[in-house]
Design a protein around this ligand. Structure first.
Ligand SMILES: C[S@@+](CC[C@H](N)C(=O)[O-])C[C@H]1O[C@@H](n2cnc3c(N)ncnc32)[C@H](O)[C@@H]1O
Length: 221
């Protein structure tokens, strides 16, 4: 990873309760263009980051995960494919507020996050109120959050967050491949997705807008 100059691996002290030097400067100092920035949070091997970067050269993509060994695969692939619009950031998602300034991010993808279904784990759910309020800090007003998951329970929970907060739904599918959307963006398959599909588990997809106006609250009270 150290040899990859499109991978950022900041030490903990650089981001804990302080801003990283790239915050507010991704367009000018990193991508050197003004194209929209899309994040894949918990990117694992980065299949979405790499495939989206290939399909959409007019957008910038940042894959974020804490596990370097997984990320290495996507980082190597994007280098081999010469994708100047793909970057990887190795950090905890909890620290993303140290990396991105208000309105700097256009869209967020959550690809097969750990469901964290126990009630006391709600704070760890990437589509729960705690994380959505973090994303509100840097996602454009009304920017889209996409969630792809094999977990029907996580999908149902996320939809209940959306409904409890009257967030505008862009798309909501309980069986993505049964639904035949034909959307090339939705046909990208991640490592975990292939695993669940081979077990016959339906893949769900939820996309919604995240306006800034109100703090996101839990549907569980
Ligand atoms: C189930 S895997 C999914 C990986 C990939 N998106 C896929 O679909 O194959 C969840 C990923 O989220 C990452 N992750 C979970 N919590 C995280 C956190 N708080 N900060 C950074 N990465 C996290 C894990 O390291 C793991 O790679």
């Amino acid at each position: 990873m150290k040899g990859f100059d499109h991978v950022i691996e900041p030490p903990f002290e650089e981001v804990f309760r302080q801003d990283h030097s790239l915050k507010g400067r991704w367009h000018s100092d990193w991508f050197r263009n003004s194209n929209p920035i899309v994040l894949e949070l918990g990117c694992g091997k980065g299949e979405y980051t790499v495939s989206m970067a290939e399909k959409y050269p007019e957008k910038n993509f940042v894959g974020i995960d804490i596990k370097g060994a997984r990320m290495w695969k996507g980082a190597r692939e994007s280098l081999q494919k010469n994708l100047a619009n793909a970057a990887f950031l190795r950090t905890r998602i909890e620290f993303t507020g140290s990396f991105f300034s208000a309105g700097e991010v256009d869209e967020i993808w959550l690809t097969f996050p750990d469901p964290q279904l126990k009630k006391k784990r709600e704070k760890k759910r990437l589509s729960g109120p705690l994380f959505l309020n973090l994303y509100r800090q840097y996602l454009k007003d009304g920017g889209i959050v996409h969630l792809k998951t094999d977990s029907r329970a996580l999908y149902d929970y996320s939809l209940s967050v959306v409904e409890a907060n009257s967030l505008p739904v862009v798309s909501s599918l309980t069986d993505l491949y049964g639904g035949l959307t034909g959307d090339p963006l939705l046909s990208i398959r991640t490592f975990y997705e292939e695993k669940f599909l081979s077990q016959g588990t339906p893949i769900t997809y939820l996309a919604f807008r995240l306006p800034h106006e109100k703090e996101i609250i839990s549907p569980e009270g």
